[in-house]
Design a protein. Structure first.
Lengths: 172, 272
């Protein structure tokens, strides 16, 4: 039993340490590119237990939508997460919505394999919710800041319900 | 001692080295079969840093701007897939409008585009340089015709002959434009538009609602209209629209190509 646990532990560590994180990221980029989402980054570091992406820009359909100072992806298999810090609006959407100091955490755990948790914070307020992979359903609850509450984007996306301001959509 | 170190080595191989070797092998196979080895070589999204202050539509058509060719340029292959839609000549502010599969880009003299540096602008062509070799790009004939046609559309008779409805240019002040830019909510209170996609690509924007008496109503937009293009360029992506939105302050006017029912109309806006 002890031997088995040792082998299991070292296999688990090997799976994390040796994971081709950069190649997985490149593959993800290629998949997203087909959906008109482009990520460009200045730096990419495979740091054994995580992948650090630095100074990334996110483009949607050619529009620079967001700038992200750093993203840390932890593919730990039992618990996976991606944390993006210091997010701001891209230059093309700044006039529509000027996001500053944004923070996003996306996580998924082995015990809920088909649920991706989403948390975000910034000058827009707080957003939390989940993406149910099986149903392709995304549900976000927002606690908006004063300014964001007045914006058209907020009014278009979120509907007031008992649990708060809710955004729901199906991802195809 | 020897026996114990042998046991240690054996344990090290079984418990650590062996699982790592198996995992490495597995990842190598997966990487080889399914994963991208290199970063995708995506072209840098379009250069949006253009600075202009003119009625693009009108200026491009000005025919009296023929600049003498000072020297005979060495002409090599043309840059494939780039359509020169128009040129604007005004000393240091000269620029060109080009179109490729990504959309429309405004380029000033000295600026680079996909590795080619724009070095000269003439009335009907632009000269690019790459590694000392000069490339001529001649204005797209179709654009020339389209622009000439659009310009003529303000003339009621000609428009009618071409099956276009005549519309007088609508004038809006820069202050009013600025107020819309600073407060996007003001736009959405007066007009609602929705993108139309065909095979995943943008194929125009449908106007779903126009508030009566609003600027958009006065300008001639109607509910049900489909906005197909700006300044004679087809809208193919959101970035095509954002480019205009972000630089509207620098424009002196623009023209919207509208599909209304079966007929095409053009709405000209003058900003002063």
């Amino acid at each position: 039993m002890k031997k088995f646990l040792f082998i299991l532990l070292s296999t688990y560590l090997a799976l994390i340490f040796l994971m081709p994180k950069e190649q997985l990221f490149y593959t993800l980029k290629a998949v997203l590119q087909e959906r008109k989402i482009t990520i460009s980054q200045e730096g990419l570091k495979d740091r054994l237990i995580d992948l650090k992406i630095e100074d990334a820009k996110l483009f949607y359909d050619g529009i620079e939508s967001a700038r992200i100072k750093s993203i840390s992806v932890k593919p730990w298999l039992i618990y996976n997460s991606a944390v993006a810090k210091d997010i701001s609006s891209g230059k093309d959407v700044k006039r529509v919505f000027d996001l500053k100091d944004g923070f996003v955490r996306i996580s998924q755990a082995l015990w809920y394999p088909f649920v991706v948790k989403i948390e975000a914070e910034g000058n827009f307020g707080k957003v939390w919710g989940s993406l149910k992979l099986k149903e392709g359903k995304i549900k976000l609850i927002c606690e908006p800041s004063k300014n964001f509450k007045r914006s058209q984007i907020f009014r278009e996306l979120f509907r007031k319900r008992d649990e708060g301001y809710v955004y729901e959509s199906l991802i195809k | 001692m020897n026996r114990s170190s042998n046991k240690l080595l054996k344990n090290f191989i079984i418990y650590l080295l062996f699982p790592f070797a198996i995992v490495k092998l597995m990842y190598a196979v997966v990487s080889f079969l399914f994963l991208s080895k290199d970063d995708i070589t995506s072209k840098t999204p379009q250069n949006l840093s253009y600075h202009y202050n003119l009625n693009l539509f009108g200026k491009i058509l000005e025919s009296g701007n023929d600049k003498p060719v000072v020297k005979q340029m060495e002409t090599a292959n043309r840059i494939k897939d780039i359509k020169l839609k128009g040129t604007y000549l005004e000393n240091e502010n000269s620029f060109i409008v080009i179109e490729d599969h990504l959309g429309t880009t405004f380029l000033h003299k000295g600026e680079k585009y996909v590795g080619y540096t724009l070095i000269e602008i003439y009335d009907n062509r632009a000269v690019f340089d790459k590694n000392g070799v000069h490339y001529d790009v001649v204005i797209d004939e179709e654009s020339r015709n389209k622009r000439a046609f659009s310009k003529g559309s303000t003339n009621a008779k000609e428009s009618a002959q071409e099956g276009m409805e005549p519309f007088e240019p609508v004038t809006i002040s820069h202050q009013e434009v600025e107020s819309y830019i600073k407060n996007p909510n003001k736009i959405w209170k007066n007009i609602r538009i929705q993108e139309i996609r065909k095979n995943g690509r943008i194929d125009g924007f449908r106007v779903n609602y126009v508030k009566k008496g609003s600027f958009f109503d006065i300008s001639g937009l109607k509910s049900g209209d489909v906005i197909k293009g700006i300044d004679g360029n087809e809208i193919k992506s959101l970035s095509d629209v954002m480019k205009y939105y972000n630089n509207i302050n620098n424009l002196d006017g623009l023209t919207l190509s509208i599909l209304r029912g079966d007929s095409e109309i053009e709405l000209e806006f003058s900003i002063n």
